[in-house]
Structures are given as structure tokens and as C-alpha cells.
Write a protein that binds this ligand. Structure first.
Ligand code: ZN
Length: 289
């Protein structure tokens, strides 16, 4: 499932393919992609538009047209965008939309599970739409312990569940939340409002470190994630805890455990991510003795 590092990798690869190009043909093959809007009408409105910029916010790819209109693409579970060079075979399995550019190359949107969405917005609709759904970008300077203090203050939910809320940290998902909590030595079931200042600082560093590692590895390839040039990421070989139940913690060698938080599989080290503060104290004294 693409999270911030995967979506940012897709954005960076898509940018040189799309910017400055005009959409000469647009075919939307699956009405689920644009619902509740009619796919034919969306295709007609995209036709002839010239791309001014390709940006990202949270897990959205933002395609800005020179007209001011914006196409918001959310890949959800299994969406991906593939570039097809002029003259190459255009038929791609699970294709849901095909865009042919004015240089003859094409971009095909494929999606096995069909949860992805394309939403075409007017210029004045984009900001309010995203602001209502997304909190701070975790890699921007404005994000930090103070932002976390405000956004977690009223939340009694488990910390992991709070981190998956896109209004708390934009772009974080199941993988990078687990990796960030391990880096911060915080148990995923800690009450979100119960962190102290040092723990919020550790969480900020953990989130950024996990995401930057993911970006450096071009994302994690599990199932269908591909960059527009068909490449895969290699973050999956860097996971410290995600998907590693029973394997030794890279920090303390205790076996990684798996639980469920808010219905999501969750991996953590029971020794260096203790649930209670008392346990943390015990663990610290055990380490120092
Ligand atoms: Zn450990």
C-alpha cells in the first residue's frame, strides 16, 4: 500500500514525463475511478489540458494543469501509474485509465483492487479539500513535537491508530507507523495523549527517519507497487519490525511480536517498546545493571 515515500517516488518519476505535455487522448475505462462523477465527462474535461506541475500532499499525487484545474490521484491499495513509450504496446493488465500525451507516449493507470480514485477539482476547491483531510507534512519544518502535542492531546486512541489518521501525520500508513514507533521506542498501544515532551521529540525523529529511509530506497515493494518506469523499491529489506514477527529485534535481539491495532497488523519489539512507563523504568534498570 503506497505511503508517503512510495507516492513521493511516483511523483518524482511522473514529473518529467508529464510537465509541459498536453493530454491528447484520455480514456477512463472504469467508472469506479471517478465516481460519483461520470468518467466520460471527467475524460472530456481533462482532454487538451497541459500539465503545469506534479506535486504531492499526503498520499495524493496532485497533477496541476495550466488551466488551474487539478487532478487528485489517490493510489489506495494497488494503484500504479506506468509510462508507455510511443510505439510500445498499450494494453496493460488491470488498466483503468489511459492518457496519451502530445509526444506520443502514454501514461496508463492500473489498479488490481480498484480502490484508487481520480478526482478533478477547480482551482479554488483544492486547498479546502486537502486541508480538511490532511495534517502537516512530516518532512516539512513546521512539523514537530509541538504539532504532535496539539494533534494528539485529545486522543485516547492507541498511538498507532492516531498516527494512521491522516489529519495527524499526512502520508503515514501501516508500514512507516510501525517503523517510526520502533525508532522512537514507543509501544503502539500507548494512549496517544499520554506522551511526554521527550517522547514526542523521539516520535518526530522516528517518523522522519523511517520516511527518509523509505524515500532513499524508492519505497517498499509489497504486491503491486511500481514506479512509472516499472522499477521496484527496496525499503522492504530495511524494515526493522514490519512483517518480522519472531525475528530478533535489530536493537536488542528480543523476538519481534505482532498484534492488531485498529484492525491493522502491527509489529513491535516488546523489550525496547514497553507498554507502561513502569515497564520502561524496569527495562532501563535491567539494561544498566
Ligand atoms: Zn528491541
Amino acid at each position: 500500500v503506497p505511503e508517503l515515500p512510495e507516492v513521493e517516488t511516483v511523483r518524482a518519476r511522473l514529473e518529467p514525463i508529464l510537465v509541459g505535455r498536453r493530454l491528447d487522448q484520455v480514456e477512463i475505462l472504469d467508472s469506479r475511478l471517478t465516481r460519483p462523477h461520470d468518467p466520460g465527462l471527467v475524460a472530456a474535461r481533462l482532454l487538451g489540458g497541459r500539465v503545469g506541475a506534479v506535486e504531492r500532499r499526503g498520499k495524493y499525487v496532485i497533477v496541476r494543469f495550466e488551466s488551474g484545474c487539478v487532478l487528485l490521484i489517490h493510489l489506495r491499495m494497488t494503484g500504479s501509474l506506468l509510462r508507455v513509450h510511443a510505439g510500445e504496446e498499450l494494453s496493460v493488465a488491470h488498466a483503468r485509465a489511459v492518457v496519451i500525451l502530445d509526444n506520443g507516449s502514454a501514461v496508463v493507470y492500473r489498479d488490481v483492487r480498484r480502490f484508487g480514485t481520480w478526482l478533478l477539482l477547480e482551482p479554488d476547491e483544492v486547498g479546502p479539500y486537502l486541508d480538511a483531510r490532511l495534517g502537516h507534512e512530516p518532512l516539512e519544518r513546521r512539523f514537530g513535537p509541538r504539532v504532535l502535542e496539539r494533534s494528539l492531546a485529545a486522543r485516547r486512541a492507541p498511538l498507532k491508530a492516531a498516527l494512521l489518521d491522516q489529519r495527524v501525520v499526512a502520508g503515514l500508513g501501516n508500514i512507516y507507523a510501525d517503523e517510526a514507533l520502533w525508532r522512537a521506542r514507543l509501544h503502539p498501544l500507548r494512549p496517544a495523549h499520554g506522551l511526554d515532551a521527550a517522547e514526542r521529540a523521539a516520535l518526530t525523529r522516528g517518523i522522519r527517519s523511517a520516511l527518509r529511509t523509505g524515500l532513499a530506497r524508492q519505497g517498499a515493494t509489497l504486491r503491486d507497487y511500481r514506479t512509472p518506469d516499472g522499477a521496484t523499491g527496496s525499503m522492504q529489506s530495511e524494515f526493522r519490525v514490519y512483517g518480522r514477527a519472531g525475528e530478533p529485534c535489530p536493537r536488542c535481539r528480543a523476538p519481534i511480536e505482532k498484534t492488531r491495532v485498529g484492525g491493522r497488523g502491527t509489529w513491535y519489539c516488546p523489550a525496547c517498546q514497553p507498554l507502561a512507563a513502569a515497564q520502561a523504568g524496569l527495562a532501563a534498570s535491567a539494561r544498566s545493571s
